[in-house]
Ligand binder design. Structure first.
Ligand code: GLA
Length: 350
C-alpha cells in the first residue's frame, strides 16, 4: 500500500518536504521526513500500553532548519569527527570544513542532515530515500549515490538500512543521530536510564574529541557498560580523564562482536515507564553521546526545554577520524564496491 505522506513545509530554497507516518498493527508509530531523513517522532508504549514519544525533536520544519543539534537526522558523508578537517586518500590531500573546534564534524556545513532527500518509495511500514552527493561536495571526492530505507516491523523494531556506491574513491560513515529519551515525551532527563553496551574497549580521545588511536580497556572505568549501569552513576566521575575530556559520555565504543557481523550490541532501559530499547548493528562502533552540549536554548516538542542530558544518542558507526587512523577499520569506498550497512532499534517493555 502506498503512503502519500503529508506536506511538512518548504526549505528557504523552495523545496517541498513531506512527513511520512509509518504505523504497525500494535499502534507503534514513527514519523520521518525527507529533509535530512529526520526521524521526527517515535511513539511507543510504556508498560501500561501508553503511547508516548521517545525521541527529541521539533513540531515544525522551520525549527529543524533554523537550529538543531542533528535531532533524528542522517549524518554524513562522514559521521563524527575528522582531525583538522583533513585526510589523504591515494596520495591526495582533501580539505573539509573544520567547523567544530577546528575539527570536521558530521559531513560539514551542509551535511546530509540538511539535504532534501528524494523519496523512492513509501508504504504503510517503510520509507526509502535517496541522495546523490556530488563530487567534491563539502570537499569529499566522488559522486556518491546513497539509498536508505527505514522499516517499522510488527514487533516494534525500526531498522535503518543504507546502500551506497561511488565513481571515485571516497570515505564514508553514515549514521542516524536520534536523541532517545525513553521517559516518554521528554518528561525527565536521561540520567536514570540504564545502558548496557557489549564493548570491552573504548576509542580514547584527546581534548578536541579526536581519537588518540588507542583502544583502551573499559574495565574498572566509568565506561564499563558491559553490565547495565545507570547513566548518571559515573557520568561526573572526574577521576576519569576521558569523562573530563568528553564532558560526560561522548565517545565511540569498539564493539566486541566479530568484524562485520550483525548483532545486538546495546540496550537502554527506563525503569519508571518500563520502556526498553535494544540496538543491533553490523558497524564496528557506537558513539554513545549523553547530550552534554544541550544547553537549554532550544525548546522541543511538548514545550520541553532541551537542557543538558535530556537525550542520549547511540550512533552506530565506524570509529571517528578513521580516514587518518591506519589501524582502525577502513571507511574507504572505491568504485565497483557497494557500501551496505544496517542498524535496528527495537522497543519493548519490562
Ligand atoms: C556527536 C558528537 C558530539 C556532538 C553531537 C552533536 O554525537 O560526538 O560531540 O557534536 O554529535 O551535537
Amino acid at each position: 500500500m502506498s503512503n502519500p505522506g503529508k506536506p511538512f513545509g518548504q526549505t528557504p530554497a523552495g523545496e517541498s518536504v513531506t512527513l511520512y507516518t509509518l504505523k504497525n498493527a500494535k499502534g507503534m508509530e514513527v514519523r520521518i521526513m525527507n529533509y535530512g531523513g529526520i526521524i521526527q517522532k517515535i511513539l511507543t508504549p510504556d508498560r501500561n500500553g501508553k503511547l508516548e514519544d521517545v525521541v527529541l525533536g521539533f513540531e515544525t520544519l522551520q525549527e529543524y532548519i533554523k537550529d538543531t543539534p542533528y535531532f533524528g537526522a542522517i549524518v554524513g558523508r562522514f559521521g563524527n569527527r575528522i582531525a583538522n578537517g583533513k585526510f589523504t586518500l591515494d596520495g591526495k590531500e582533501y580539505t573539509l570544513a573544520a567547523q567544530n573546534n577546528g575539527q570536521h564534524l558530521h559531513g560539514g556545513l551542509i551535511g546530509f542532515d540538511k539535504k532534501v532527500w528524494k523519496v523512492e518509495a513509501a508504504s504503510a511500514q517503510s520509507l526509502s530515500l535517496s541522495y546523490v552527493s556530488k563530487d567534491m561536495e563539502e570537499g569529499f571526492p566522488g559522486n556518491l549515490s546513497i539509498k536508505m530505507t527505514y522499516t517499522l516491523s510488527e514487533d516494534n523494531e525500526i531498522s535503518v538500512a543504507y546502500e551506497a556506491t561511488t565513481d571515485k574513491a571516497t570515505v564514508l560513515n553514515l549514521s542516524n543521530h536520534s536523541y532517545f529519551n525513553l521517559s516518554g515525551n521528554a518528561k525527565r532527563d536521561i540520567l536514570n536510564q540504564e545502558v548496557q553496551i557489549d564493548a570491552s574497549r573504548l576509542v580514547a580521545v584527546n581534548k578536541v574529541l579526536i581519537p588518540t588511536g588507542e583502544l583502551t580497556p573499559v574495565n574498572g572505568t566509568p565506561f564499563d557498560f558491559t553490565k547495565p549501569h545507570v547513566v548518571g552513576d559515573r557520568i561526573n566521575d572526574t577521576s576519569s580523564e576521558q569523562i573530563v575530556l568528553g564532558g560526560g559520555y561522548d565517545h565511540c565504543w569498539a564493539l566486541d562482536k566479530p568484524a562485520g557481523s550483525y548483532a545486538k550490541m546495546a540496550t537502554v532501559y527506563e525503569p519508571v515507564s518500563g520502556r526498553k530499547m535494544t540496538v543491533s548493528t553490523d558497524q564496528p562502533g557506537v558513539q554513545f553521546y549523553t547530550g552534554n552540549f544541550l544547553d537549554g536554548h532550544l525548546t522541543g516538542k511538548y514545550g520541553v526545554q532541551i537542557t543538558k542530558r535530556h537525550g542520549l544518542c547511540l550512533e552506530t558507526e565506524h570509529f571517528p577520524d578513521s580516514p587518518n587512523q591506519p589501524n582502525f577499520p577502513s571507511t574507504v569506498l572505491r568504485p565497483g564496491e557497494v557500501y551496505k550497512t544496517k542498524t535496528a532499534y527495537k522497543f519493548s517493555v519490562n
